[in-house]
Structures are given as structure tokens and as C-alpha cells.
Design a protein around this ligand. Structure first.
Ligand code: ZN
Length: 317
């Protein structure tokens, strides 16, 4: 069976995609909370972050429950972060966008199985990127299961994007080297500390594995531009850019342990750029770059062809 033989109203497919996306968004929220805390993402079932009580299924409906409960847990009244509803709505919209922009652009004689595989793969990548973005924003860490797992997934599925094996492997190599050489190795040689994390290099490696080297060029430049705009806005509105709470807490613990003579903590203080306070001013401010890289990779996934056709013909492959 092919796409053109599919006899289902488009409105049904759209609603299905949005609901499907927001349900997975619920799971992404669990991943964002548990992965950096090294908890299992599968067990136990959802529980209240305030008091630990299990959350009933009807209080766990994407978007609706948060709105109906007015952002308060039913059990103990603990405030539920708006991040939950934002991630669920965003995931629903992304699933809808993959359907509209990618699946509906496929030729009518594409088999349903192939179209469904493309939808699932692109949607899975998007969910990984959303999770990575929110985790990096909160903890300044890009977890390996997402960056490395996502790279392997991309290397195994290039045919879903009309990409050759060579393009995928070359893209991954370019993606890693493009951040690792100048920003990790080079910057460290000049300034004594890496300017970007290894996590960022693994994320651009993922981009290259999925979409080839042009996506790496785009992700770095578009990511940097968007990060700069965000930094200027944050600086303009707040007067300073604060590091996430959990980074401050971690640093306090490491510095305390180092002061007590802990060898591992002392080594970490020397190697980890996050272990010391940033300097003053907008240029020295530390903004996690991961969320902006994730955003740029998503933009490339959904609009890469449009961007290259219209603006960057030299990047077309
Ligand atoms: Zn509670």
C-alpha cells in the first residue's frame, strides 16, 4: 500500500499526530527529570516531584491535566513547572510538523511502511533533541545516551533521508571534529580551559550522522547566532546571565570536597570548565550552547531544503 492509496481524512491524521506527539512529550518530561539524576526512565511510574505520591492516569493527561489542575499537584499542592506543559505542547506540534512538512512532501507512490519509518525516525530524533535541550538548559550536560545513541541511530538509517552511508559517516566525523578541534582542543591550548564541552561535539556529530556535513555547518552558525540573540535579550532584560541552579549546587559540592583534599574533586576543578565561576559581563557569561544546537538541528530537519534552496545554495548536497 502506498501513501496515495491511504484513505484517511487529513484532519484525522493531524489530530492523531498531535495527540501522539504530546503523549511522547509526557515521556520526554520524565526523561528530562530522571536522566541527569541517573534514575531509570521506565520505572517507577510517574510520581509527584513534591511528595512522591503516585500520579493517577487521569492526572497525567498531556497538557489538559496541567491546565485543569492549574499547575498544582492534586496530592500535596506542589507547584508543577510550566516546563511540563511546554514540552508536551511542543512535542505535539513537532509531530504535526513532521507529518505536514516531511511526510506529506513524499511522493504518492511511497510505501506506507517507508513513510511511517521516516515519520517515526524523525520524530524520535526530535524528541531526543527536545530532551537534550531541556536537560542542558537545566544541568549544562548533554547526556551520552542521547548524543551517542542518536548518532548510532542516524548512522544506521541514512536511507530514510536519501543519504548514502559515506555521507552519514563523513558527516559524523566532520560534526565531531568541527567542534572538538577548535573549541575543545584549540581553545584549551590558548586559554587553559575548553571553550565548549565534549557534549556539544557529540551533538554536532549526531547532526552530521543524520543529515550530512552541511547540517553541521548550519547547526554551528545558526546555533551561535540564536545563542547570541538569546544572550543579548537575557542580558538586556535581567542585566546578567545566571547559571542554572543545579550547576551552582554541583560546583559548591565539588569545591567543598576539593577543599577537604578529595583528589577526584581537585582533578575535576582543573579539567571541568563548569567547576569555576564565570567572569563578569556578557562575553564571559556561560549560556549552555546545547539548546541552540538542538534548535538549529530541528530547523534543519524541518526546513533544511528550503533554507539551502533559498538562502544557502552552496550548502546544498
Ligand atoms: Zn504531591
Amino acid at each position: 500500500m502506498t501513501l496515495s492509496q491511504l484513505d484517511v481524512p487529513l484532519s484525522f491524521l493531524r489530530i492523531f499526530a498531535f495527540v501522539w506527539g504530546s503523549l511522547w512529550g509526557s515521556f520526554v518530561n520524565v526523561v528530562v527529570y530522571r536522566l541527569p539524576r541517573e534514575m531509570s526512565v521506565v520505572r517507577p511510574a510517574s510520581h509527584c516531584p513534591g511528595c512522591g505520591a503516585p500520579v493517577a492516569a487521569w492526572d497525567n493527561i498531556p497538557i489538559l491535566s496541567w491546565l485543569l489542575l492549574r499547575a498544582k499537584a492534586r496530592c500535596c499542592g506542589a507547584r508543577i513547572s510550566p516546563r511540563y506543559v511546554v514540552v508536551e505542547a511542543l512535542s505535539g506540534l513537532i509531530a504535526l510538523a513532521v507529518l505536514e512538512v516531511i511526510v506529506r512532501a513524499l511522493p504518492g507512490d511511497t510505501s506506507l511502511l517507508h513513510a511511517a519509518s521516516i515519520f517515526l525516525a524523525d520524530f524520535a530524533l526530535a524528541m531526543g533533541l527536545v530532551a537534550a535541550a531541556f536537560i542542558d538548559a537545566e544541568h549544562m550536560v548533554l547526556p551520552d545516551p542521547i548524543t551517542l545513541g542518536g548518532t548510532v541511530f542516524g548512522l544506521l538509517t541514512p536511507s530514510l533521508r536519501d543519504l548514502g552511508w559515506t555521507d552519514a559517516f563523513l558527516g559524523a566525523a566532520v560534526g565531531f571534529a568541527a567542534v572538538w578541534l577548535p573549541f575543545v582542543v584549540g581553545y584549551k591550548a590558548l586559554r587553559g580551559r575548553p571553550g565548549m564541552g565534549l557534549g556539544d561535539a557529540k551533538l554536532t556529530m549526531l547532526a552530521g550522522a543524520w543529515f550530512g556535513w552541511p547540517s553541521v555547518v548550519f547547526a554551528i552558525f545558526a546555533g551561535a547566532m540564536q545563542a547570541t540573540v538569546a544572550a543579548l535579550i537575557l542580558y538586556g532584560v535581567k542585566g546578567k546571565i545566571e547559571e542554572p541552579e543545579s550547576v551552582l549546587q554541583d560546583r559548591e559540592e565539588i569545591q567543598k570536597a576539593a577543599a577537604e583534599g578529595d583528589v577526584e574533586a581537585i582533578a575535576l576543578l582543573e579539567a571541568d570548565p563548569l567547576a569555576t565561576e564565570p567572569g563578569e559581563g556578557v562575553l564571559a557569561a556561560r549560556l549552555p550552547f546545547g539548546p541552540f544546537l538542538c534548535l538549529a538541528i530541528l530547523e534543519w530537519m524541518l526546513a533544511g531544503d528550503w533554507i539551502t534552496d533559498r538562502w544557502l545554495p552552496w550548502l546544498a548536497r
